[in-house]
Design a binder for this molecule. Structure first.
Ligand SMILES: [Zn+2]
Length: 88
């Protein structure tokens, strides 16, 4: 099994896409178990995917709050909802 094919499939799996024909999750795992290079590649790809995912989530939050008066008003709302600490 060629590492390049394995990595293509690993990338597809990370993206939630279908695996290339002829490859199964089990075959990927068997290859990873015996191939340190691909294990490293998979770890790096996962880290990248996680970083991209959190960046996208952040953009969504920014976009959502922008149409709603901005983060300042959200903070004000939350402050009102929070059980206030009594001064003193
Ligand atoms: Zn490999």
């Amino acid at each position: 099994m060629l590492c390049s094919r394995i990595r293509t499939a690993l990338s597809a799996r990370l993206d939630g896409e279908a695996l290339p024909p002829g490859l199964t999750a089990r075959r990927l795992d068997v290859h990873l178990a015996g191939c340190q290079d691909c294990r490293r590649w998979d770890a790096r790809a996962r880290a990248l995917t996680a970083a991209v995912g959190s960046a996208a989530a952040h953009d969504d939050e920014a976009a959502a709050s922008a149409g709603d008066g901005g983060p300042a008003s959200v903070e004000a709302l939350l402050a009102r909802l929070r059980p206030g600490r009594r001064a003193g």
